[in-house]
Design a protein around this ligand. Structure first.
Ligand SMILES: Nc1ncnc2c1ncn2[C@@H]1O[C@H](COP(=O)(O)OP(=O)(O)OP(=O)(O)O)[C@@H](O)[C@H]1O
Ligand SMILES: [Mg+2]
Length: 300
């Protein structure tokens, strides 16, 4: 069973389509990285799933049930835009208010649990407005975790965080999936960071899902490529193309794909009178995949 299944989701604002027949499949237990340019429709999708926006058309199922089902709604936690906390109240009081709102029974126990999960147990008395950006994001996640959700929806939770903040967030998100078996949908522009935790990716463009791929599949299909510099780039380019290699000419280097033996490649160029400087081996990552897809040429 999938945690989220969306078919043909459409949402327009004043006649402009923010979502245009979007499909999405998020397997249970996944950390699903939701990627797309500004204005492509990520937040709108997340708001529709959370019931903050009403779609024009389309079907949303959560854990095999309609997303409007009260039982299933209670299992969704979200952090979209901001934590929705009272600035003058302490972190603890904010969590208590939310726990009461949700009608939770073991409120103290649950608050202790979520504070520990987001590494905020020593800052519970701090007023929300005194929290750093990283802390605020973590409090937002704690608020969303109250009620032990099976699905957590996070809109750009790592935006603006420093390296340590991102690392902490990574640990927390991995914990949430591993310890609580929670599925996480996370939108972000920070692809290098997303790549470290996501198990699946969905790439959206102009309100349509243009590709969904498991991280394992991307890894398995990823080609290696070699970048190199020579004195005569044009000649090297032509020679390598004639050899049947997939070559790409960049500003000051050549990218040669599907290279098993770098030694053979440089020897070939040397035999043709071209000295090779700076040879580097690379593996295609999420960044290259995304850029390739956006520019219409898929590199994986
Ligand atoms: N409440 C609204 N009223 C009018 N237009 C809206 C509203 N919310 C979103 N839009 C429009 O819908 C489109 C999709 O916006 P959305 O916020 O979902 O994009 P996004 O992918 O989250 O972008 P970003 O990466 O900048 O957060 C945009 O063109 C946006 O201007
Ligand atoms: Mg957004």
């Amino acid at each position: 069973m999938n945690a989220i299944e969306i078919r043909g989701l459409t949402k327009s604002f004043r006649g402009m389509y923010a979502l245009d027949g979007l499909d999405m499949t998020v397997p249970q237990g996944a950390i699903y990285g939701f990627i797309g340019e500004n204005g492509s429709g990520k937040s709108t999708t997340e708001k529709c799933i959370c019931g903050h926006l009403v779609p024009d058309k389309g079907k949303i199922s959560l854990f095999g049930r309609p997303y409007t089902d009260a039982g299933v709604r209670a299992r969704v936690g979200a952090l979209i835009e901001n934590a929705g906390c009272f600035p003058a109240s302490s972190v603890y009081t904010n969590l208590m208010m939310q726990a009461i709102n949700l009608g939770l029974r073991d409120r103290k126990g649950q608050i202790e649990r979520v504070l520990k999960t987001v590494r905020m147990e020593d800052n519970a008395k701090l007023r929300f407005k005194k929290c750093s950006l990283g802390m605020k994001q973590r409090v937002g996640i704690a608020m969303a975790l109250l009620g032990a959700p099976a699905l957590l929806i996070l809109d750009e939770p790592i935006n603006g965080l420093d390296t340590d903040g991102m690392k902490l967030m990574r640990e927390i998100l991995t914990d949430i999936t591993q310890t609580y078996g929670c599925t996480v949908l996370i939108s972000s522009h920070i692809l290098g960071e997303l790549e470290k935790i996501a198990t699946h990716y969905g790439i959206i463009r102009q309100g349509k899902m243009i590709r969904e791929i498991a991280a394992s599949e991307m890894e398995g299909r990823a080609q290696n490529f070699v970048s190199l510099k020579t004195g005569d780039m044009q000649r090297a380019f032509t020679l390598l193309q004639r050899l049947g290699k997939a070559v790409q000419r960049e500003q000051d280097e050549l990218k040669v794909y599907d290279v098993d033996d770098t030694g053979k490649l440089t020897a070939f160029l040397l035999q043709n009178g071209l000295a090779v400087g700076e040879v580097k081996k690379h593996k295609i990552g999420l960044e290259e995949y995304y850029v390739g897809l956006m520019s219409g040429k898929e590199v994986v």
